[in-house]
Design a protein around this ligand. Structure first.
Ligand code: SAM
Length: 284
């Protein structure tokens, strides 16, 4: 296990993933019914943008930093709420103003989006990152941090007693068979809990593999959101979020948000929304 999310915190891929995650949380907590959230590949929970990892790569500069520098007027609601969650996390580490110091990972955003009646399990397998995640939530009884295989947790934790669930699956894609493992876990989860909302992040590096992944899930009700940025030095340049059983208002929020994100992440950024059976072409 070599992947450390700290090197990529706040980059364009996190922006897409976390924007969708925040909006999903908002929509799924709008009902007065309990929600179970499972973050299968949680990372450390929060990232020091000036630290030894994120500070070295500086990937947040072409991601979250560009969005925070954009004019506030006209910001779509979902984007404004995501940015507010990012800033609220950063404010825990010092007074407002200046550059962003800390970026919240998915567990922090999930924790911020849940209500006291909800339940949250976050899994992280890397020993150091699992320890950091436990420290991040030390004393917080509303988060259960487990150092365990997140794919196993999909099988073990579903169906939840709450009968409503958001499952974020965000693997590192280090292993060549990651798509296969992901599909197995997703199908297993869906068999155990067909009505859950499953949000899957994946890179679009091997376009054939990404295409096969999507076509293999064509029988499911999905919303797919893609983002493509100008490549720098062989770095990841495209990724997607596939949401299985999306809340119906998610598509509308993303149709408003993604063009704004594309404009403010910089020239050459493209986004696309695929909501079978209607598809929109890539928008500049
Ligand atoms: C892309 S990062 C997660 C980032 C996090 N979801 C976020 O958005 O802030 C993937 C994480 O999964 C961890 N990991 C790898 N294999 C795992 C597994 N089988 N189960 C749980 N965690 C795993 C890695 O150590 C890494 O921290």
């Amino acid at each position: 296990m070599n992947y450390r999310h700290g090197f990529h915190a706040g980059n364009f891929a996190d922006v897409l993933k976390h924007l969708v995650l925040c909006e999903l949380l908002r929509l799924l907590t709008a009902k007065d019914k309990r929600l179970f959230a499972l973050d299968t590949h949680a990372g450390t929970g929060g990232y020091d943008l000036g630290g030894s990892m994120a500070g070295r790569t500086g990937e947040a500069a072409a991601g979250i930093a560009r969005l925070l520098a954009a004019p506030k007027a006209g910001t779509p609601g979902a984007v404004a709420r995501y940015l507010a969650a990012v800033v609220a996390y950063d404010r825990k580490f010092g007074p407002p103003g200046g550059a962003l110091r800390r970026y919240p990972g998915s567990p922090r955003l999930i924790r911020a989006g849940l209500r006291p009646l909800d339940r949250f399990v976050a899994c992280e397998l890397h020993p150091q990152d699992a320890l950091a995640l436990k420290r991040e939530f030390a004393g917080d009884r509303s988060v259960e941090v487990r150092q365990e295989d997140g794919y196993h947790a999909v099988k073990a934790a579903l169906p939840p007693p709450e009968r409503r669930a958001l499952v974020l699956i965000d693997p590192p894609f280090e292993a060549t068979d990651e798509f296969e493992k992901l599909v197995r876990a997703l199908r297993h989860g869906l068999r155990r809990f067909p009505v859950g909302c499953y949000a899957v992040w994946y890179p679009i590096k091997d376009t054939a593999a990404a295409h096969d992944f999507v076509t293999g899930l064509a029988d499911l009700k999905t919303l797919r959101l893609e983002m493509d940025v100008p490549a720098e030095g062989g770095k990841l340049s495209a990724c997607a979020m596939l949401v299985v059983n999306p809340p119906w208002k998610l598509e509308e929020a993303m149709r408003e948000s993604l063009p704004w994100i594309a404009t403010h992440l910089g020239p050459g950024t493209k986004t696309a929304i695929f909501a079978p059976p209607t598809e929109t072409p890539l928008s500049a």
